[in-house]
Every structure is written in structure tokens, then in C-alpha cells.
Design a protein around this ligand. Structure first.
Ligand code: SF4
Length: 400
């Protein structure tokens, strides 16, 4: 069944009943934050939401919710708001779209505070600053050092200090006192969601994989902010997990999956246009994993010992903090577990994070996984995704 999302027609697997509930919850995110009685903190997508929950506020994965559910945001008029405000035209499309959308209705956006992840995505940090300045809302940031296997002790202590400083400064503004007990509580709630996302991901390693690409992609993006209600989300994810498990037992695959599809693992930033995920199946493939939000659930955060210390170490080990080669090597066991036939690396125009490491990633995956790898670029055109079909189709044909 197809549904219009912004300007695009995308195909959902309506036979997966529990996903319909997730999709409704996803689409109601903006209403939910408007109704929120707690302060809303806009965070960069891979900034761990526990930090915000532990302060009694609600996190908002602004790029996700403002950037892609309405693909009409690509309109020049909306982007103009971002460019006029000072965001450079060669920024990534997620930031241009989301910043433009937020600034075009600045008085009605219920964001109270902008929290950036310094050093990880400089473009997002810049757009967060621009939005905060234009809306007269406070801006905070937290720095995470780039991973270096020899500096665990120093890096973990540094992250601990950064976390303590964020809790202190934000806590003062929010009138909320940080406590280890609260952090541990949020880590536990987050672990429930993480565990479910890991379980669902494991099911994709089975034959046939029980979820279609779009449904898995949406489910795994919920790691960004747990959709403001981690407990309610966990109930839905548990149902998705159960339904997917039943499909695996019965050998049922989602509709529209080709016979003997090519098993594809996706690495990189996601395109804004949801039709991309349908395209994988239209071209004879099936998605068996995706690393876009994996850094938020790559493993559980330990629940015994010092919560702050455990949390800091877990943040340090998040794959997207790593230089290209370390990142590729860290991803390999996750990808291997999904038993891929091929890997697709996606580059978003204007994103410097992956584009610079594309070659290293490709070579490392080819060597260590022994499967074909291709990379694709998402540009700014609305026709962009449709134009990728010949590339993906011929790649899949070639891999057979
Ligand atoms: S696509 Fe790249 S530049 Fe844009 S938000 Fe993601 S990491 Fe940052």
C-alpha cells in the first residue's frame, strides 16, 4: 500500500500491524512535543538522548523530524530561510531543510534549547547556532574526542567531565538537579529500546528477512530520541519484534520482496527521500541492516558500576566518533552478523563525514567482508532517488 509523505509516494507494508502503530507515533512527534509540559531540547541525531531525559526534559531529533518527513521542504523558499540566516549553500540537505523549516515558522516551533555535539558534525553545530540566535533560544554544546584506541582512560575522563558540565549548566537553567540515580534510570530505559532494536536487527539476518527496508529504517531511527516516550515506544517495538519473529518461523517475507533477493547492508547517512528504501526492493534487493542510527544501539550500556563512567566509555566507543579505518573495522562484526551479499555506502551531498572516508570504507569492506561494495550520492534534486534506480538495479544484477 502506498502513502504520500510530503511530495513522495512511498510503499508501506500494511500487513505488519504493529508497524502501523509505530508510524502513527512517528508522525505525531511534532504534536507530542507541542503538547509537552517538559522543556524540549533539540539535539543532533546521534547525541545520546539519555542526557536530555536525565535532566527531566524531552529530546527532539530535529533533523529527522523537520528534515525528512516532509520532502516538500526542498522548496527554494524554505531553504531560503536557512541561507538568509547564514547557513552556507553547500551544507548538507538535512541541515538546510530542517533549519529552513524551523526558521520559516520560528514562533511556533516548540524547541526551548539547542544542544549540539561539537566536533562531530560541524554543519549541524553551525545550524543549531543559527537557529538558536534567530529564535532567541539558548545554545549548549558538548564535545567528544575522536576515538583513539590508545587514549581510552584520558578520553573517558574527558567525556565524563563534559557530561558533568552539561548536566550542571543545563540543570541550572532547567531547575533540575542531576543525580546518578536518574542517569541510571534513563540508561535502563534506553537499554530496553536498544535491546529491542538489536533483536529486530538480528531477525533481519535470518532467511527470509521479515521486515521490508522502509519499516526497518523507520524503526531504527527511533533510537534518535525514543520518540519522547521510551516506554510506549518499547511496547510497540516489542510487538514488531514478535510479529517479525512469527514471520521468520513461518518463513514469510514482506510483500514486494523478490524471489532470492540480494541481501544488502546500508552504510552511511540516509537520504531524505523515503522512496529510496522501496527502491532497494524494486531493484531485487532486501535490506538486512543499516548503520545510520546504529551508534545509538550498537551495544547496551552497562548497568552496574558508575553510571557516568559507563556512559562516558560507551559514548567514546560509538562508531561514528572513529576515524574511517577504525569505524570500518568496528562496523565489520555488526555487518558480518547480518550475512550480507553486498554493501551500499550512501553519501549525502554536503556531508563531509563519510564522503572523505568513502574509499577507505569501500576497500576495508571489500577486503574484510569479501562482498561487492558500491557507493551512491544523494544530491539535491527531487528526482535524485528515482535516478539512482539504474545504478542500484545494475549493481544488484552484477552481484547475482
Ligand atoms: S548528513 Fe552529514 S553533515 Fe548532515 S547532519 Fe548528517 S553527519 Fe551532519
Amino acid at each position: 500500500m502506498t502513502e504520500t509523505v510530503g511530495a513522495s509516494k512511498v510503499r508501506f507494508d500494511k500487513s505488519l500491524g504493529s508497524f502501523n502503530r509505530l508510524w502513527s507515533m512517528f508522525r505525531e512527534t511534532k504534536d507530542r512535543i507541542e503538547r509537552s509540559e517538559s522543556k524540549v531540547i533539540a539535539k543532533w541525531r546521534l547525541f545520546p538522548p539519555e542526557v536530555v531525559y536525565a535532566l527531566g526534559a524531552v529530546p527532539y531529533d530535529l533533523l529527522l523530524h523537520e528534515g525528512f518527513t516532509e520532502t516538500t521542504v526542498r522548496s527554494i523558499e524554505t531553504a531560503g530561510h536557512a541561507l538568509e540566516a547564514g547557513l552556507s549553500a553547500d551544507s548538507c540537505l538535512w541541515n538546510i531543510s530542517a533549519t529552513g523549516r524551523v526558521l520559516s515558522r520560528r514562533d511556533s516551533v516548540p524547541v526551548d534549547i539547542f544542544l549540539a555535539a561539537a566536533g562531530l558534525c560541524d554543519i549541524s553545530s553551525k545550524s543549531w547556532r543559527i537557529m538558536s540566535r534567530n529564535m532567541g533560544k539558548p545554545f549548549y554544546s558538548m564535545e567528544t574526542p575522536i576515538f583513539n584506541a590508545n587514549s581510552e582512560e584520558r578520553a573517558t575522563s574527558f567525556i565524563q567531565e563534559e557530561l558533568a558540565s552539561v548536566f550542571e549548566r543545563l540543570g541550572r537553567r532547567l531547575g533540575y538537579e542531576y543525580s546518578e540515580r536518574r542517569l541510571l534510570n534513563e540508561i535502563r530505559r534506553g537499554n530496553v529500546v536498544r535491546k529491542l532494536l538489536l533483536d529486530i536487527t538480528t531477525l533481519l539476518s535470518r532467511e527470509p528477512p521479515p521486515l521490508a527496508a522502509l519499516e526497518y529504517f523507520i524503526a531504527h531511527t527511533t533510537a534518535g530520541d525514543y520518540l519522547q516516550e521510551p516506554d510506549a515506544l518499547a511496547t510497540i517495538l516489542a510487538d514488531i519484534n514478535r510479529e517479525a519473529e512469527a514471520r521468520v518461523k513461518q518463513g514469510v517475507s514482506p510483500p514486494e520482496i523478490a524471489d532470492k533477493p540480494l541481501r544488502i547492508y546500508y552504510v552511511g547517512e540516509a537520504p531524505q527521500d523515503l522512496r529510496f528504501w522501496n527502491l532497494i526492493e524494486n531493484s531485487g534487493g532486501v535490506l538486512i541492516g543499516c548503520d545510520t542510527y546504529l551508534p545509538l544501539f550498537y551495544e547496551l550500556i552497562p548497568e552496574t558500576g558508575s553510571p557516568m563512567r559507563n556512559f562516558a566509555r560507551w559514548i567514546w566507543m560509538m562508531p561514528h566518533h572513529m576515524p574511517s579505518l577504525d569505524r570500518a573495522k568496528t562496523l565489520i562484526p555488526h555487518i558480518k552478523r547480518q550475512r550480507p551479499d553486498a554493501v551500499i555506502i550512501g553519501n549525502v551531498m554536503g556531508c563531509r563525514n563519510l564522503a572523505l572516508s568513502d574509499r577507505i570504507m569501500k576497500e576495508t569492506f571489500r577486503e574484510e567482508l569479501g562482498v561487492p561494495v558500491t557507493s551512491i550520492d544523494f544530491s539535491s534534486s527531487d528526482e535524485d532517488v528515482a535516478l539512482l534506480e539504474p545504478h542500484i538495479r545494475s549493481f544488484i544484477e552484477m552481484c547475482r
